[in-house]
Design a protein around this ligand. Structure first.
Ligand code: ACM
Ligand code: ZN
Length: 552
């Protein structure tokens, strides 16, 4: 053998060793934890005992028990579940065996720490959210079959020895869904909540009313759902004057809503209902025409866009209606917030309405260079409902149009027309949830080759752009304290099926989850993209979600 050949054989033989030595350990956890330190060795998961501190709340204990059952199923070996007294102090001293979930009040809200050694997995949390999120992280470090419904005993059921300390950057991590333009069943809404919880999101903004359909049963006003929940057809694609002639609709009963609220609570998700007012109210006008400014009948809208027909706020009967509706909504939803919409309300009908003009006079409202009298009339509506809801123990949140004129103290602003409104609101001391179209509107196209995509509303919002969102960009620490968090919105004018909905949602929602959770220094689009391709697309497949495979 020639020397050069011998050398090349030796080098070739060493390549895997060199590569292995260079290969950094990885975990495909998304959103990526704030602090990760790899150690040597592994922990054997199959058959490991699952211990849970009895000091943890009942929901946490139930979640840990469910995790043990899932591990038993997929690994084919029983992971027993027990709540031995004193297990927390044993774990805190590093002396635990098997899995130990324990309470540690010093762990930040919604946070957790995980220490994996070859003998134990010690998980410290201070609340239910922390427990849920620690379990999600552990599952994401295991073979993706952990998300399946059948045994996979041949998989490598091991965890790497590791130390993770994690907590969210923002407390408000939301997703919105428009169930008015198209209606999604309880089962579909629950599936939406499942994937949100999987990516550690905790607020579901449920858009329940709009011009094209009223979707929530209100006992005192049955026609809202008998009439307002159905439309006589839907415009076809972008042909504004067309109508497919197919009657379309649906709504959620209060019993169904209670069921969804309870389901979400188990996932650590609070549901914020939206009753969009005083615009986007044609479905209500069709149900009760006396709510409008004009003496006429109205029909539930069959086309998209912004209707000039809005609630007449010159009549006390309109306020009585709104207060009665909001009372039922407030009784149903435990959320501290009720979303009262406020967006895209053309005030032209008010300019021409005697009653609305009389109200402006009665209230002594005058327009100026900052805001018209009608804009200030909308402020009056907002603040009157804000006071009403405050008496019911609720806070209001509204789209950034509620800032036009003067907003009453205590309201929270959802900034959708870019971040400008949110920055202005935060500077003025209001709390803000960022949801700018530029990063968060998942009804936009996600791929540049639009002709290959299902019809969308327009725009171009690739995964990478969603990922790059920094909700507090350019703000001082003091102002940034008012940024409660980030939310992505899914408007459904052009989304008629659940399969299409999931395609628009995923994986952009997952990118948003890192913008909500990760400190800026921990964001890395290449790492995120690798994790999607190496692991998360597989998990989504096992869990039965449709998703876009192109990452742009
Ligand atoms: C909105 O997108 N109209 C809030
Ligand atoms: Zn009016």
């Amino acid at each position: 053998m020639k020397l050069t050949k011998a050398i090349s054989i030796i080098i070739a033989g060493m390549l895997p060793i060199i590569a292995a030595a260079k290969e950094l350990p990885t975990i495909h956890v998304v959103p990526y934890p704030q602090s990760v330190e790899f150690q040597k060795g592994t922990f054997k998961v199959n058959g490991a005992a699952m211990n849970c501190d009895p000091a943890l709340d009942a929901d946490s204990r139930a979640a840990v028990n469910k995790f043990a059952s899932q591990l038993s199923l997929v690994t084919g070996k029983v992971s027993s579940f027990a709540t031995p007294t004193g297990v927390g102090s044993v774990a805190a001293k590093g002396l635990a065996k098997g899995f130990v979930f324990y309470k540690d009040a010093s762990v930040p809200e919604e946070g957790y720490s995980i220490i994996v050694t070859s003998k134990s997995v010690a998980v410290a949390v201070s609340d239910f959210h922390g427990t849920l999120y620690a379990i999600q992280t552990l599952k994401q470090m295991l073979p993706e079959e952990v998300f399946g419904k059948k045994p996979a005993p041949d998989k490598a059921w091991k965890l790497p020895c590791i130390e993770i300390k994690d907590q969210p950057r923002y407390g408000y991590r939301g997703m919105h869904l428009d169930c008015s333009r198209h209606f999604f069943s309880v089962k579909e809404v629950k599936k939406y909540l499942d994937v949100m919880a999987f990516y550690k999101m905790n607020r579901f903004h449920w858009h329940l009313t709009d011009d094209q359909g009223w979707r929530i049963e209100i006992k005192q006003y049955p026609e809202l759902t008998q009439v307002g929940a159905y439309r006589d057809g839907t415009m076809i694609k972008k042909d504004w004057n067309s109508n497919d002639g197919v009657r379309y609709g649906g709504y959620y009963t209060q019993e169904q809503i209670k069921d969804v609220i309870a389901y979400a609570a188990k996932l650590g998700i609070t549901i914020i209902p939206e009753i969009d007012l005083p615009g986007h109210m044609v479905a209500a006008l069709a149900s009760y025409p006396w709510l409008g400014c004009k003496d006429q009948e109205y029909s539930v809208w069959t086309r998209w866009g912004i209707s000039k027909d809005v609630l007449c706020v010159g009549k006390e009967s309109t306020f009585e209606f709104l207060q009665n509706v909001l009372t039922e909504v407030a009784e149903l939803f435990p959320s501290e917030y009720i979303h009262i919409g406020g967006d895209e309300c053309p005030r032209t009908a008010w300019e021409q309405c005697e009653l609305c003009q009389a109200k402006i006079k009665e209230l002594g409202i005058v327009g100026d260079e900052h805001a018209s009298a009608e804009a200030r009339l909308q402020n009056y509506v907002t603040s009157r409902l804000q006071s009403y809801l405050a008496n019911l123990g609720k806070k209001i949140i509204g789209w950034d149009e509620i800032l036009e004129g003067e907003l009453a103290e205590g309201a929270t602003v959802m900034s959708w027309r870019g971040t400008k409104g949110g920055i202005q609101a935060a500077n003025a001391g209001f709390d803000v949830v960022m949801t700018p179209t530029t990063y968060c509107y998942l009804d936009y196209y996600q791929c540049e080759e639009k002709d290959d995509e299902p019809l969308a509303i327009g725009g171009y919002l690739p995964v990478s752009k969603c990922y790059s969102c920094d909700p507090s960009e350019g703000m001082s620490e003091e102002v940034a304290k008012h940024i409660l968090g980030l939310q992505a919105n899914l408007w459904t004018e052009y989304i008629a099926t659940n399969e299409h909905l999931e395609y628009m949602l995923l994986p952009r929602m997952i990118a948003i989850s890192e913008a909500q959770w990760c400190e800026l220094k921990n964001k890395d689009f290449d790492r995120f993209k690798t994790s999607l391709e190496a692991k998360h697309f597989g998990i989504l497949g096992i869990m039965g979600y449709n998703y876009c495979k192109k990452i742009q």
